[in-house]
Design a protein around this ligand. Structure first.
Ligand SMILES: Nc1ncnc2c1ncn2[C@@H]1O[C@H](COP(=O)(O)OP(=O)(O)OP(=O)(O)O)[C@@H](O)[C@H]1O
Ligand SMILES: Nc1ncnc2c1ncn2[C@@H]1O[C@H](COP(=O)(O)OP(=O)(O)OP(=O)(O)O)[C@@H](O)[C@H]1O
Ligand SMILES: [Mg+2]
Ligand SMILES: [Mg+2]
Lengths: 464, 464
């Protein structure tokens, strides 16, 4: 007889943790660090505070021939977490504050918990969360995850007086992993994070006690991203039903104006006329067929304004150039920021940079740096859309060849980065994204070609 | 103030449906068909019945410039689903019968529901499930998924007398998609499924009413896979705790012998001596530290028997050769089945085939066919571990070049296929898997080289 089972979301990601990026002991250390650092960066940026993040990975004991037990501690000066939210924020999978339509690093409600879960299943030790929102108290929780029920288990709870009005969060737990194999990637991660977040202080103390400091070069924060509404082109029936269910508006005109991105009164009236829907119709009175028709009309109507990327916060050409100059010290750098575009109704901006010569090593192939919402992506390069574009491009027509000392940078920011995997390893091959990256690369390649041609002339002149 | 939300598993996969393979309108049609066909194949094989699967995709109406509304109906002669399980099996994400340690196509408890969910959010129509386990009644359910609560909504339920003692399942729903772009991949999918499942009858009627029949070439079913126990090398603390919680055994000797793969009395006693644990110790009395120590000892003990692949059901050299000859009609074919190996305690078997000449087209690059647990994998080739191995291999030393008319087949069967994505698109680059594929390819490449060399001699002789 067939026996059926239901499993919780945490059980699903426990059983399939390589789908969440925790593939092996060395990647697990990397994944744990990156998930916590990204949470801390989001936390500080949500208050427009220049982030101060301190990461310490210390040696706790041996485990096997290739793995050791480490204690990971990440401390930040971010917004903190209220005590009533701490257990679920760190102990319940698919729980978080980033389920909004807004450019942030976090998006799944899963990352921090996966790190804690991995620590728990390899060391059976609880995680310790210390946090304060700057109020009178500091809260200390010791918790584990009940993986089968997807629920936090609070082992201990303490309250301290917040004498110095500290604000921030400290996450600490033990995990088993292979640091020494992961080390190059972890140091790369910090280096590249510093490159695209130059307003952040990052400190990393590794198991050998070595201190790596990435000091901020500016306290100036970029324009923060804003939460936005869904764009009509990205709509499906489920989304419409949810909007209809929660809307306080009693007519279609107000419904459209208030729930959709860049739909003003004029556009709304034109659309309602186009779709033959009365402006005074109550959205809650739409029948099922009318909802489906509304969805098709929203996709078919050609006069909706394209998504406005003012809700996004790109790096900016200044910052990208400065980061490249500082980290790669090239002879030449050219950056190009594409106009905002969309995929599936989500606005996104592609920024591309090409750097040549100077301290960039000749490697036989381009050095490729990929970023999404200011997160460096360091694994599975071959699968990423930008690498596919780079490989498909005819570089020779720009007189550029892979054996030249060249580095290419691609950054995408969006309200929803089209990650292909839960582990945020690479970007899916979406045609709209591919097109923007290709155009950006052509533009910067053209600039590089111009530089190389000029330099060739200068050299020839010198030889005469 | 930071607002937190929890979302259900179905809401997570609705918001991130491209992570589950439903990336765009053409891939969605492909994904829906493949998820349902794989469910039907599993259902028939679980009873060792040669599968009869009938798939009809019919045109329902227009939707947009590039997409149409289709009705998809998949009918099988499998084991059927009991009425009390139908609503959750088809309407609750992370619910299923395949959460066991057994080689099956299904593994996540998600695929069928994603197809139904996608249909629902594009057409707002319910799904119809008709099933009988061969008993006196046939049950007809009309249901939708409450995506926010991850629960089935039963709209209608009928019971019919099962006069002809029919056994099987019919799943039918509407969805919007781009069939014409998906068509080549869908036909490929049926063709390759028939190739590695030659005991199955597959019938596909497309929207234009064209009939594609893939008739079985044998009624003989392969040895079925068996459910097995976890291997000591794949153990973590959570798994140990769950076993300890459910075990009826009151001493460590019985606990080890009964819950672990290929651990007999002698091995168990040796292990307990090695780890300094008393054979009569009650597993439920182990302290937390002792559980962690037990896990490390299980990984460190060198005398556990390697996983026994008798629980697996590989294609077999006969079948693989016959499938290749029938579908590709080559001049030469060589197959190689590797010995069983393991990754993370999971047994797996790699089977490789190389085919040359005959009707294989010269394409400038190898034609690559990838399979996992008898499922053809048709997307994201570049990311797959087998393609990485193929690209990294030095083919010239076997006198084989990509411009030759050559096809390469790789099949992996395992109690847990290391898919990198929830959409089962490609296999993760696990070192143990990579090694077996590389060895298999070298062996078959050697055979091909021998054939080409002999043929070259014959040609030279003929010219004299
Ligand atoms: N250092 C921190 N400071 C403040 N809030 C935090 C911190 N770390 C986690 N949180 C809160 O806990 C929630 C859950 O974090 P988690 O990493 O599990 O998911 P996420 O960041 O929302 O999404 P993702 O899975 O993409 O990382 C966050 O949404 C955030 O509200
Ligand atoms: N045609 C069918 N015949 C019999 N049982 C079925 C059929 N289709 C689905 N089921 C049952 O419904 C369950 C859920 O199917 P679903 O496709 O959602 O998940 P799964 O097959 O278990 O895993 P995966 O997500 O990997 O496909 C299956 O485990 C199976 O028990
Ligand atoms: Mg996070
Ligand atoms: Mg399935």
């Amino acid at each position: 007889q067939t026996t059926f089972e239901e499993i919780s979301a945490s059980d699903f990601f426990y059983r399939n943790r390589d789908i969440a990026g925790f593939t092996n002991p060395s990647r697990a250390i990397f994944a744990a660090i990156r998930e916590l650092v990204e949470n801390s960066l989001d936390a500080a940026e949500s208050l427009r505070i220049p982030p101060d993040i301190y990461v310490r990975l210390s040696y706790e004991g041996g485990a096997s021939k290739e793995t050791q037990i480490f204690r990971l501690r990440v401390e930040d000066n971010g917004i903190g977490v209220l005590p009533r939210h701490i257990p679920s924020a760190f102990g319940q999978v698919l729980f978080g504050s980033k389920y909004k339509l807004k450019q942030q690093r976090g998006t799944f409600g899963l990352g921090g918990k996966m790190a804690i879960l991995y620590g728990q299943i390899t060391t059976h030790q609880p995680a310790c969360i210390i946090s304060s929102t700057g109020m009178a108290k500091i809260y200390i929780y010791k918790l584990m995850i009940d993986i089968q029920r997807n629920r936090p288990l609070i082992l201990d709870r303490k309250v301290l007086i917040n004498k110095e009005q500290w604000k921030g969060t400290i996450v600490e737990f033990c995990l088993e992993g292979d640091y020494f194999r992961a080390m190059p990637k972890i140091l790369d991660y910090f280096k590249q994070t510093a490159m695209v977040n130059p307003y952040a202080n990052l400190t990393f103390v590794d198991p050998k006690g070595r201190l790596y400091r990435f000091t901020r070069v500016t306290r100036e924060m970029p324009e923060p991203p804003k939460e936005t509404s869904p764009h009509p082109y990205g709509v499906d029936v489920e989304l419409l039903q949810r909007l209809i269910q929660i809307t306080p508006y009693k007519n279609m005109l107000e419904f459209l104006r208030n729930h959709f991105h860049r739909v003003g009164e004029i556009t709304a009236r034109k659309f309602l006329e186009f779709s033959n829907i009365s402006p005074s119709k109550n959205p809650k009175k739409l029948s099922h067929e009318e909802i489906v028709k509304l969805m098709h009309m929203l996709k078919r109507f050609k006069e909706f304004l394209p998504p406005d990327a003012s809700c996004l916060s790109p790096l900016g050409e200044e910052l990208l150039k400065a980061g490249v100059l500082k980290e790669l010290k090239p002879e030449f750098v050219s950056v190009n920021r594409r106009k905002p575009a969309t995929y599936a109704g989500h606005p996104f901006i592609i920024e591309v940079g090409i750097a040549y010569g100077g301290e960039i090593p000749k490697k036989g192939s381009f050095m490729i740096y990929r970023f999404a919402n200011r997160i460096p992506l360091l694994y599975d390069e071959a699968s990423d859309v930008s690498v596919r574009v780079i490989n498909a491009m005819n570089w020779r027509r720009y007189k550029v060849t892979p054996d030249m000392p060249t580095a290419i940078l691609v950054h995408i920011c969006s309200t929803k980065v089209p990650y292909k995997t839960v582990g945020k390893e690479f970007i899916a091959d979406r045609p709209e994204v591919r097109r923007e990256i290709a155009n950006g690369l052509r533009e910067t390649a053209r600039q590089l070609q111009r530089f190389l041609t000029r330099r060739e002339h200068v050299d020839r002149e010198r030889k005469r």
